[in-house]
Design a protein. Sequence first.
Length: 323
Amino acid sequence: MNEKKKKLLIFVLMPIVMIIVVVLSLFVESKNNEKAKEQMASEEATLSKEEQIEQMLLAEYQKSQSTREFVEQNAQQIQEPTVGDEEYDDMIGNAEDDAPEIVDVGLSADDEAIIAQAEKEAWANQNSINYNGINVTCSMNTVQTNGEWVLTLTDAELSAAHPLLLQYDSRWATYPYGTGTMKSSACGPTCFAMVITSLTNITNASPPLVATYSMSKNYYVTGVGTSHALFTVGCSDFGLYCNEVSVNEAEMKSHLDNGEMLVLSVHYGNFTHSGSGHFIVIYGYNENGFMVNDPGSYERSCKYWTYDVIAGDINKIYALGKL
C-alpha cells in the first residue's frame, strides 16, 4: 500500500474510530448513572420511616430559605399581633379590659411559690423536674442561641416521655410563622412538635421546623391561624393517626390509656385571652386531674387540671397515636 492510500485510509477511519469511542463513553456513562440511581434508590428504600420524615422536614426548611432573607430584610414591616388583632394569642397575660373574667382555679400563694421554685430547680437541673408527680422537661434557657435561631432539640427533650416545648423559647421565639412569629401565633405547630417527639423516634421535629412544614402545606391560614388540618391530615406524614374525640372525661381518659395524646383546641378562658383560641396538649392523668403541656405557659404546665375546670374551654379534641 502506497503512502497516498495509507493517508486516505487513516483519514476515513479516524472519524469512525472517534465516533465509536464517543458512543462507548456515553454508553459507559449511562450505565454508571443507572447504577448510581439504583444504588440511591436502594439506600432510600432502606431508610426508616423516621429518617424519611426527617429528610422531608429538612427539605421543607431548605425550601423556606429562599424567603428567609426577604423576611429578615423586611422584618420592620412585620408587626407583632396585638391584643386587638384577631390572630393575637395572648398566652402570657394582659387580657382586654372588657374581656370576660377568667375562671379561677384556686391556686394559693403557696402553690404559686412552689411552681416558681420548681421553675428555678428546672433551670438548675437541666430543666428536668418532678413537681408533685408531674414530670416536666423543658430546655428553655439552657441552650446558647448566640443571637441565632436554634432548630434542634436537646438530648434531654428527645429522651423525655413528654417534653414541654414553649413558643416563647428564645431558641425560636422570633422565628417567622404566618404574619407573626412562633411566640405570637404558633401554638398549633408547637403542640404538634410535642406530639411527634413524644410518640415517634423522629429527632428533628422541633417547633420551628414543624411550623415551616405547616406553612409549606398551607395549614396556616392567613388572618385566621393554624388549621386543624395540621393534625387531622398532616398526622399521616409523620406516621401518626388522628381521631376527633367527644368532650367527655371518660372518653378522653380512654384514649390516654390507649397510649395516645390529646390536642385540645380551646377558646378564651383558663389557657388563653385570645379571641382566636389556643392549642394545648394533654398527655396523662391521675387522681389529681389531667396533665397538660401548654406551649404558651411553663406555669400552667406544672399543675393538674380537673375536667370540670377545663371542660368549658374546649372547642375540639383530637387523639393522636402512632400507626
